[in-house]
Design a protein around this ligand. Structure first.
Ligand code: TRP
Length: 461
């Protein structure tokens, strides 16, 4: 076990795990989901889920990983026997599929960054139409997403400390700096306050079933829960470190970036007189229009910074997604890290190709309108299936801890390095959440989300 690698210390782990959490989910998906679900109302429910459920689940995942010191499969298997090993495999597969479409979107962000900063992307007139043709221009996207995957693989192949930790130590602080500069800028724009109001003053009548589902799956996705990413990162944490307070910092850092992204984007959107309810195109269609209107120089700087921010966020996440299957092959099959990482990167890239061409490219229309999936496209399909597998995975993890590993054993692990944990309110709360809230809430919501995705919940109830 000694040559698996470790994070050098607490800061390294926290930055890497926060890097995994902070990603396209925070800057691309959170604002558009919030925009579609009534702004502040969504933010409110999202926060409730983070506190009530996601933070305890994160603690549980890290505890499993650190206890065993192995990849997701090895950890479940060691603690639960062969039958539970499947849960690790399920997570590893989910990670591979998440990365497959995630890297496509990251490739768009990478392309936008390069072409805004160094090309003439902002000279276009209609950014809605431009995005449509952009995502179909596979000759470019192929290279951007391949490039992104290569950068990811270079980092992961360097190992835990020299690769993952080092990259996060540069990118995470830069990300915060860029984000804060952009917020300061956007808050000074005319009519910015209308955006702030929309975002911060909840209208509780906006809360629908859809709001609750979206908030839950977004919370799981954003914190990288439910598929063993944090088991894997947790396995590189040393025994003298406090898990619970690290998890609190990671959850807070992630929630903060999601919150701040909204605070950056809504003032921009409102000051430009645009609608916040655009959905997935918000970041790729609406924002470029706004950067365009800023004029050639300012637009290049602000727009370029924004997409650089998006790339940093995405990269620290793709790194964690690739590490999960890599750790599995390194730990279980004793393969050397470098070839494993490159082979996986290639596999994931190929698996992502259907998602890439599913955005309406000629010849692949069948992937753009899936008959069995309410006419949605393949990328959305994979992304939705992955979301579901996260809540199902999280639910099974709570059941695993409660009935197999046992809550006392989890608490014993959490006590190590943390003298005040036993008997504390936090301990009782985490134990309660994992034994009751997790299994009950997650199983109900997972079933409802599946019904919703395939049939549309409003039509069923
Ligand atoms: N959390 C990241 C985001 O918000 C995505 C991500 C990285 C992820 N690793 C993960 C999601 C593991 C689920 C599981 O963009």
């Amino acid at each position: 076990m000694s040559n698996r690698g470790n994070f050098s210390g607490r800061l390294g782990f926290i930055l890497a795990a926060a890097g995994s959490a902070v990603g396209l989910g925070n800057i691309w998906r959170f604002p558009y989901l919030a925009g579609q679900n009534g702004g502040a109302a969504f933010l409110f429910i999202y926060m409730v889920f983070i506190f009530l459920l996601c933070f305890p689940v994160m603690v549980g995942e890290i505890a499993i990983g650190r206890k065993v010191g192995s990849d997701a499969y090895g950890s479940y298997r060691t603690l639960g026997g062969k039958r539970w090993g499947f849960l690790g495999i399920f997570g590893i597969l989910a990670g591979i599929f998440i990365l497959s479409f995630y890297n496509v979107v990251a490739g768009w962000a990478f392309g936008y960054f390069l072409e805004i900063s160094f090309g003439d992307l902002l000279n276009h007139q209609d950014f809605g139409a431009f995005f449509g043709s952009y995502v179909n221009d596979v000759s470019d996207n192929l290279w951007f997403s391949l490039g992104f995957m290569v950068i990811t693989a270079v980092i992961v192949s360097q190992g835990v400390q020299k690769g993952i930790e080092a990259a996060n130590k540069i990118m995470m602080p830069s990300l915060y700096v860029i984000l804060i500069c952009l917020i300061v800028y956007s808050l000074t724009l005319p009519n910015a306050m209308a955006g702030v109001k929309f975002y911060l003053i909840p209208d509780l009548s906006e809360i629908k079933a859809q709001t609750i589902f979206d908030a839950l799956r977004q919370a799981f996705f954003s914190l990288s829960l439910g598929m063993g990413a944090l088991i894997t990162y947790g396995s590189y944490v040393k025994k003298d470190q406090k898990i619970v307070s690290s998890a609190a910092i990671i959850s807070a850092a992630d929630t903060m970036v999601a919150f701040l992204s909204g605070l950056m984007i809504f003032p921009l959107v409102f000051s430009a007189g645009q609608s916040p309810t655009e959905g997935p195109p918000l970041v790729f269609m609406i924002l470029p229009q706004i950067f365009h209107d800023m004029g050639p120089i300012l637009g290049r700087i602000v727009g370029g910074s924004f997409f650089l921010l998006l790339c940093f966020a995405a990269l620290t996440s793709t790194v964690s997604l690739l590490e999960v299957p890599a750790a599995f092959l390194v730990d279980q099959k004793k393969f050397p890290r470098k070839p494993v990482v490159w082979a996986l990167a290639l596999l994931v890239f190929i698996l992502g190709l259907p998602s890439m061409v599913s955005q309406g490219m000629a010849g692949f229309e069948f992937l753009n309108k899936l008959p069995f999936y309410q006419g949605r496209d393949f990328l959305t399909f994979v992304s939705d299936m992955c979301d579901i597998s996260l809540t199902v995975g999280g639910c099974l993890m709570c059941i695993f801890i409660t009935y197999r590993w046992k809550i006392e054993n989890m608490n014993t692990e959490l006590k190590i390095g943390d003298d005040t944990y036993m008997g504390s309110l936090t301990q009782r709360y985490i134990s309660f959440a994992i034994q009751y809230i997790g299994p009950i809430l997650l199983s109900i919501l997972s079933v409802l989300v599946i019904i919703d995705k395939f049939f549309g919940i409003e039509k069923v109830f």
